[in-house]
Write a protein that binds this ligand. Sequence first.
Ligand code: NAP
Ligand code: GLV
Length: 309
Amino acid sequence: MTIAISLPNPEKLIWWTDHLGALLPEHEVLAAADITRPKEVTYAVVWQPPAGLLSSYPNLRATISIGAGIDHVAADPDYPAAIPVVKTIGPDMTQRMCEYVALHVLRLHRHLPDLQDAQRRGAWHQIVTPTAPNRKVGVLGQGHLGRHAALTLRGLGFDVAGWSRSGAAPDGIDGYDGGALDAFLARNDIFVCLLPLTPDTRGILCADAFAKMPKGASIINAARGAHLVEDDLLAALETGQIAQATLDVFNTEPLPEAHAFWSHPNVLITPHVASLIDPVSGGEVIAANIRTLDAGEVPDALTHVGRGY
Ligand code: NAP
Ligand code: GLV
């Protein structure tokens, strides 16, 4: 049984191949380019695999995403939809995302951009902000990361709502279902996007959504660049409909040098670092999921492309 590894970054490819080879000695672990007998590939461990690679393994049992998102697998039009995909989420990834969301919601809540601007002007500009219970924060997506982020914000005292298809949300979080999007958009001052990227969620942060938010709302996108219509955001920043945007993910990554976001005074850019997979603990999660599959069981994080998450 062979495990094929595919990542665009050559150094990471060597690291993951060696690391998983050591963690899974009962398997042959090879970089996809070194595989001569595709029929023997039972698992593929991938990040942004080339189109057609996964459909070239006729006995593939599961694809393992080196990350929480599976949109990079679903992007391959030839992906055999019956083959399950296992997401990789561990405690480190959840912790990092919660830290990122707390940091950036607090930054916006306490008007840090305005205080930094005042400092640059040498101005003693006191701003009294409402307390967290009087600040409404909406988290789009109540999956593993969205739920934990919402609970972290709740723990800081914020008045938090979560939006998802079903409206399911943990205790203490005000749940809104798919049909209640307009009410959810009207409710919040700060929005955090933690949706999976699917045909239904692509472009959800657009002019129409911004118009339904309270004037001066702020957004944080830590999910995928394609959730956001970038030109619509620039227009909404121009009118003040959106006051601030914190963006970790972009349509094109790395963000092109000439992109208007780089120099925009009301945009904070982070380079897709909200919660990078930790290679060591992430490797252990992947190895454990492969052992679960070997035992004929179903890992918690198993899903299918097209299912939406
Ligand atoms: P997930 O578990 O796949 O999210 C599922 C949630 O999204 C559920 O609440 C689901 O609602 C909701 N949902 C799905 N389709 C929907 C729709 N059409 N309308 C409304 N709600 C919908 O996602 P996750 O694993 O928590 O990851 C969240 C995001 O973070 C992903 O985009 C991932 O790629 C990204 N990510 C980014 C980084 C980074 O460093 N920036 C790191 C890790 C992950 P129901 O359950 O009700 O169906
Ligand atoms: C990172 O973006 C991930 O999906 O894990």
